[in-house]
Design a protein around this ligand. Structure first.
Ligand SMILES: Cc1ncc(COP(=O)(O)O)c(C=O)c1O
Length: 388
């Protein structure tokens, strides 16, 4: 209970959960942890091209020439990034932001009034609740179901959730942590629903380039003109540079609505002008070299996935991204198990409930840690699971 009348929208619990308390204690005791929740690429031993830092110290960085949607040079760099991947888009349809979270925030300002609702996938990325509540907007979870090795939208459940207050559907493509790309049928379904209820699609594609299953379509929505569509991506994943804080919104949709959306978005962006100049200046030389870091990340992720497959564990299909899900149906309390593994084996993984899975029994692992750490951690977890 707070002594001060802070805004109700941020009335979240400030208490630490048992897992974060246990981690804090082990860290303060100096106990080493094999951390399989590590998904910060700058801490996973990748080699970044040396010339990337040189770009930041160019004398151009001492000139401030703000452009509300981001500098045209930087937006052209994003246009070329998509061109290389066979997508056409105009720099006029791009708005740069200081992160994907800020992109969501701009879109919620554009699309929703207080009390409106947004649909979000479940399981998915746990930040949505906070991002949405910060805008006085409500949300409903639309379930994703795992059938025959693929995650798909539960369409019947989705239909029951749409009301006249639903203004947007968030899609994570590929999803974190289910690592599933949107299927063609699900996209057709979403386009139909969004067209008939005037809802926009927000497609978070930060992991799009990290495709692991080559036999499945891994399609961006940047060319989706059927309904108002906003694709979010950025260099935190595309270049493994979360600290450089540059993302983008790529908008598309029916011509007139798109035009008005862009004009309004431009005013929102102009109110903040939040993207820093040195990183915008560097983008044109960094983005064409994306494969230098993506190649290392893909190699690591594939090798760790291969390691995982050598153990008698039920690993759900990984289509793209940096995560894997182990399904342990006999696990009744994820929290008890994870605390036990942490205390006795010094291995940390995420519980499924963190991502709002519909039942207990899921362990979520990052595939980014270095191979030796990953192998040792899996050895220990696997032993624990066999002894359940
Ligand atoms: C699905 C998804 N979207 C967005 C982000 C964050 O991106 P940014 O660093 O650009 O805010 C993450 C971070 O893990 C993520 O998993």
């Amino acid at each position: 209970m707070s002594l001060y009348p802070f805004a109700k929208r941020i009335n979240w619990s400030l208490e630490n959960n048992p897992l974060s308390l246990a981690i804090e204690k082990m860290r303060s005791d100096g106990t080493p942890i094999l951390d399989l929740t590590e998904s910060n690429p700058t801490r996973c031993g990748f080699q970044y091209p040396k010339n990337w830092l040189e770009e930041l110290s160019s004398s151009e960085a001492l000139t401030y020439a703000p452009e509300s949607k981001g500098t045209i040079k930087a937006r052209r760099a994003v246009e070329s990034y998509y061109q290389q991947r066979q997508y056409a888009l105009s720099p006029e349809h791009l708005v740069l932001t200081s992160g994907t979270s800020e992109g969501y925030s701009f879109l919620l300002k554009l699309l929703t009034n207080p009390g409106d609702h947004v649909l979000i996938p479940k399981p998915s990325y746990p930040l949505f609740q906070f991002l949405i509540e910060l805008h006085d907007v409500g949300f409903d979870y639309y379930p994703m179901v795992y059938e025959e090795g693929r995650w798909q939208i539960d369409r019947e459940a989705f239909l029951d959730l749409v009301t006249s207050k639903t203004r947007a559907v968030i899609l994570v493509n590929p999803n974190n942590p289910t690592c599933s790309y949107i299927s063609k049928d699900d996209l057709t379904f979403l386009n139909e629903q969004c067209a008939s209820h005037q809802m926009a699609i927000i497609s978070d594609e930060v992991f799009l380039d990290y495709q692991l299953k080559k036999d499945l379509p891994a399609v961006s929505l940047v060319e989706n003109t059927k309904v108002l569509t906003f694709v979010l991506s950025g260099i935190s994943k595309v270049l493994g540079l979360p600290q450089m804080k540059l993302s983008w919104i790529a908008a598309n949709g029916p011509k007139k609505t798109l035009q008005e959306a862009l004009e309004r978005l431009e005013i929102i962006a102009d109110t903040y002008l939040s993207v820093n100049t040195p990183v915008q200046n560097s983008l044109a030389s960094w983005l064409p070299q994306a494969s230098q870091i993506q190649g290392q990340i893909l190699q690591r992720v594939q090798a760790n996935l291969e390691t995982l497959r050598h153990y008698p564990l039920k690993v759900l299909s990984v289509e793209g991204g940096w995560y894997a899900i182990i399904d342990v149906p006999s696990l009744y309390s994820e929290e008890d198990f994870i605390l036990d593994v942490l205390r006795t084996e010094q291995v940390l993984v995420h519980p499924g409930y963190f991502f709002d899975f519909d039942r207990e029994g899921y362990l979520i692992l990052s595939l980014l840690p270095q191979g030796e750490v990953f192998r040792e951690a899996i050895e220990r977890i696997s032993r624990k699971i066999q002894n359940l």
